[in-house]
Design a protein around this ligand. Sequence first.
Ligand SMILES: CC(C)(COP(=O)(O)OP(=O)(O)OC[C@H]1O[C@@H](n2cnc3c(N)ncnc32)[C@H](O)[C@@H]1OP(=O)(O)O)[C@@H](O)C(=O)NCCC(=O)NCCS
Length: 315
Amino acid sequence: MNGRPVGRIVGVGRALGSRVVTNADLEGVLDTTDEWISTRTGIKERRFVDEGENAATLAVEASKKALEHAGVDGESVDLVICGTSTAPESMPSVACLVGEEIGAPGAGAMDLAAACAGFSYAATVASSMLRSGAAGRVLLIGADAMSTIVDPKDRSTAVLFGDGAGAVVLDAGEGDSGFVDHILGADGRGAPLGRAGHPGDEEKLFQNGREVFKFAVRILPDMVEKLISRNGLSPEDVQYVIPHQANARIIRSAIHKMEIPEDRVVINLDRFGNTSAASIPLSYPDIYDEMERGKYVITVGFGFGLTWAANLYRI
Ligand SMILES: CC(C)(COP(=O)(O)OP(=O)(O)OC[C@H]1O[C@@H](n2cnc3c(N)ncnc32)[C@H](O)[C@@H]1OP(=O)(O)O)[C@@H](O)C(=O)NCCC(=O)NCCS
């Protein structure tokens, strides 16, 4: 436990690419089947960005919704942090573009690249900034447009990913609600297992699916177990686990190991695919109204790098 909980979630929002792409749509253009995609991954459909959309436009839309949900102005935000690996340009950052669009000139703004663990990393940084007093209100975003870095003709990756953004407004807050513990990790020896360039690059995303799968099934339940045990909690204290949404088989295997009932593990990959840094915050609008004070939410990310990160949040 890192002391008092800090970083209360006071508003949530999300945005998705406007093009709905079902497995049946992909059957028409790739040597694949709905049956293969559904059984091997759990994905039924995903959303791709359309003309004029990208990770930044999705981040802006999600952020505006989160601020509206919180009932606060962009002006009141001290810091914008966006977990993303698919910024439309290297510079300016997505966070800077968001700051401009929400009317927060002068607020700090930065992107954080940790692949599919980007949101979990960014949440750790955000709550640390709140804890230190460097910021009083943070707009925390996970946004990725994976379709802009994936080869649409490569069936082994094109069926897996989707485009979206999720945003949360975090207040330093007083009281007993907020982030209490974090895990951050990375191992660059795993770099060859997954690589991708920037949107527009000729070379597209590559991964060794089987090896990434093995890493994920190990690291996901490990992090959950660690956060529960080192904070003196029991699985019953955890109302929701929100895992990164890479593959339903990874999540099922983790459920088996975690002693957390299946209905407390939040899933969105059937609708959205693997949205990388957006996959965790995309879930908040689905559960926000059900979150029970005093219970806990564990969010767990893992991705290329290799990277991994998790957060324990007291509701
Ligand atoms: C990618 C993934 C779904 C592949 O599932 P898998 O069961 O490991 O499948 P394999 O890669 O072993 O491929 C099995 C077969 O299906 C084929 N295949 C791959 N994609 C296919 C598709 N879309 N449709 C039909 N067949 C496909 C392969 O060519 C292979 O055929 P072969 O046996 O004739 O060579 C799975 O490994 C995975 O989810 N890994 C984790 C990926 C991940 O999380 N990445 C993001 C980082 S967070």
